[in-house]
Write a protein that binds this ligand. Structure first.
Ligand code: ZN
Length: 292
């Protein structure tokens, strides 16, 4: 089985707003081909936070083909192969949400998240972000350029496979039991093997977001698992007094306009965690619970 790494950039916080796609084909243990296409999203609304991350503006894509036209070229390769993405729920989510937006059925895609792979292959790393993983394998790349991200993702998978004594991503997928399918609910891993341990809890690492407040001050929102569920804390005045402040609310809404840390993909991860645990499990700060 071949493998293809894929990465999308989006125009705004909606997953159905792809404005660029990058792909990297893996064959015989090496990256054999790369591709990059700009995409005209269904709506020409570009959130400043997204533009800050990827640098793509409306004028760059207004003359480009839409998602369906761009992806027509790639479906024959993507269906029936193994898809890789770093933070795969985001990229597979882009595919599913955009197809749904255009009224198209979602194909059954087999995919692997290279963040899951990295976490399993190299436990103990302080961060499993793509930049950290690329640095770990000695790869310099242009982060948040879809083609570069797809290439880095492919190289991370190949390095992890090599550490497991194989150059075949499908063998690695089987050993780590991390294969997922779009038809099986695209946020949850499915077991491919009984030999290995179940996949780690999603989002075991704390999520840290820096956000710009309306006065220009910078606040930190930190999300972490606790014995009671998942907790989000903001160090703004309202957050310290135990309210669910507007910064937390914005992140829970997937709003990245005021996000100044370089991790808008973690907003999607936050969404996946909240989706998995339910909003009720998102704990207000300790103070609020004591007061209640
Ligand atoms: Zn706040």
């Amino acid at each position: 089985m071949r493998a293809i790494a894929i990465d999308f950039e989006t125009a705004n916080e909606q997953r159905w707003s792809p404005c660029a796609v990058g792909l990297a084909w893996i064959e015989d243990g090496a990256v054999a081909r790369r591709a990059y296409r700009l995409i005209r999203p269904p709506e020409m609304r570009f959130a400043p936070g997204n533009v800050r991350v990827h640098g793509i503006r409306p004028v760059d894509v207004e003359g480009e083909p839409d998602f369906l036209a761009v992806m027509d070229e790639f479906w024959p390769d993507l269906t029936g192969t193994l898809i890789l993405a770093h933070n795969a729920p985001f990229d597979i989510g882009v595919i599913c949400a955009t197809l749904a937006r255009y009224g198209r059925a979602v194909p059954d895609l087999a995919y692997l998240c290279t963040r899951d792979i990295a976490r399993r292959a190299w436990p103990g790393e302080p961060s499993f972000g793509l930049a950290a993983m690329a640095a770990r394998i000695g790869l310099s790349f242009r982060h948040h350029h879809a083609e570069h991200d797809a290439y880095a993702c492919a190289k991370v998978a190949l390095a992890a496979a090599q550490d497991h004594g194989t150059n075949r991503i499908s063998v690695l997928a089987d050993r780590l039991a991390l294969l997922r399918r779009s038809s099986a609910g695209w946020t949850r891993p499915v077991e491919t093997s009984r030999r290995t341990a179940p996949p780690p809890r999603p989002g075991r690492d704390p999520l840290v977001f820096a956000v710009a407040g309306s006065s220009g001050a910078r606040y930190e929102v930190r999300g972490s698992f606790s014995g009671h569920g998942f907790r989000l804390r903001c160090d703004c005045m309202a957050g310290r007094f135990g309210s669910r402040c507007k910064h937390v609310t914005a992140l829970l809404d997937g709003e990245v306009t005021n996000l100044v840390s370089d991790n808008h993909y973690d907003v999607e991860k936050l969404r996946v965690i909240v989706e998995a645990l339910g909003l009720d499990a998102v704990q207000p700060p300790e103070k609020a619970r004591r007061a209640a």
